[in-house]
Design a protein around this ligand. Structure first.
Ligand SMILES: Cc1ncc(COP(=O)(O)O)c(C=O)c1O
Length: 366
């Protein structure tokens, strides 16, 4: 019988990775250190090396990273922040949590904030913009930074999905005043729980953020500003350090599978992520577009192929945001996008099954 292919099943890590993680867990228990410590310093250094960022501050998760970024840039009540209409909820949620107002901007057809529309959304209250590198594809940061600079606006990069992507030699997360990473378990570099990081090239901002994530504490018993507990668990840092050893090889594997998919689906009337092999894309998600997306997904489900939708509802339409303006491109994408399995642990049989079944679903829906 044919083996089902889940969209992503994190219990299916390869045996060698699982045993390395178990060993690591044992070693960390033997140290008795669960907060702070060497693993965090090591992670900081490894992420600096990987991204080229001058400063890296590990933190509790990507959502907190976004909120902290806004807070240290002193963006709050009365301020507006431009965000794309199609993204994970955190991007706009963090703006609300900081007390500011998210102002939604429609996307281009690849799901990235549409730079051509930015000017029409700017008011005297606009203080920042949060570009999201959706699915792992980078926004044109050179153009966005130039635009933001000319309007004296801060840039907070939501690079939660984009670790490993590079534009003109600079990593995702290092272009903005602050870059935010997520190590949510499903990301290309995923913790075994929640974790994130803040990147900046500015020493002063880095100091502020280090204080903020740790109750404003500069030394034991001395709290010089108010902050909160947004520290990353030492254990997650340890797991991430171990997984970072595999990161480059996993990235190559993602790209190799993405290439095979592109070749296999070429000629079908599905919109394919043709730019997924570029350096400015980390192949986080392989997103196809179909006019009959729901029917397509249902057929695949019945054939044992897991899929996911990133995302079925645009943020302005969600209850907390309650914005009924039109975002035609983002709305069109929300109806058509479908992510098919793409992860470095897929074997040949898995991706060949996906190819066969996608072709079958295509024949039934076109
Ligand atoms: C685009 C985007 N922004 C922000 C986040 C928030 O990250 P986290 O889940 O670590 O809070 C995520 C991940 O879930 C994301 O995909």
């Amino acid at each position: 019988m044919r083996k089902p292919v889940p969209f992503l099943d994190l219990s299916q890590f390869p045996v060698d990775l699982k045993s390395a993680l178990k060993k690591k867990f044992g070693e960390m228990m033997d140290t008795g250190i669960y907060s702070g410590g060497n693993e965090l310093t090591l992670l900081e250094n490894k992420l600096k090396e990987l991204t080229g960022s001058a400063e890296v501050i590990p933190c509790s998760n990507g959502t907190d990273a976004l909120e902290i970024a806004l807070r240290v840039l002193e963006i709050g009540p009365g301020d507006e922040v431009l965000v794309p209409a199609l993204t994970w909820v955190s991007t706009a949620e963090a703006v609300y949590l900081a007390g500011a107002k998210p102002v939604f901007v429609d996307t281009d057809t690849s799901g990235l904030i549409d730079l051509k529309l930015l000017d029409t959304h700017v008011t005297a209250a606009t203080k920042a913009i949060i570009p999201v590198h959706l699915y792992g594809k980078m926004v044109d940061m050179k153009a966005l930074n130039a635009w933001a600079k000319s309007r004296n606006m801060n840039v907070i990069e939501d690079a939660a999905q984009a670790l490993g992507a590079i534009q003109e030699g600079r990593s995702a997360g290092t272009w903005g005043d602050i870059g935010c990473l997520s190590f949510y378990p499903t990301k290309n570099l995923g913790a075994l729980g929640e974790a994130g990081a803040l990147l900046t090239q500015d020493k002063k901002l880095a100091e502020k953020m280090r204080l903020f994530v740790n109750h404003g504490q500069i030394e034991k018993g001395n709290h010089i500003v108010l902050g909160r507990n947004a520290r990353m668990d030492s254990i997650q840092a340890g797991f991430l350090n171990l997984k970072l050893e595999y990161f480059e090889q996993w990235q190559q594997r993602r790209k190799a599978i993405a290439k095979i998919y592109l070749e296999a689906f070429f000629g079908l009337e599905l919109t394919l992520p043709m730019d997924i092999l570029g350096e400015n894309h980390n192949a986080h998600l392989f997103v196809i577009k179909s006019d009959r997306r729901d029917q397509f997904a249902e057929i695949l489900k019945n054939l044992g192929i897991g899929t996911a939708i990133h995302y079925p509802v645009i943020l302005p339409r969600m209850k907390p945001f309650g914005d009924s303006k039109k975002y035609p491109v983002a709305e069109m994408l929300a109806k058509r996008v479908l992510s098919i399995p793409l992860n470095p642990w897929m074997g040949r049989r898995d991706f060949e099954t996906v190819i066969k079944m996608v072709k079958y679903a295509y024949s039934k829906t076109s």
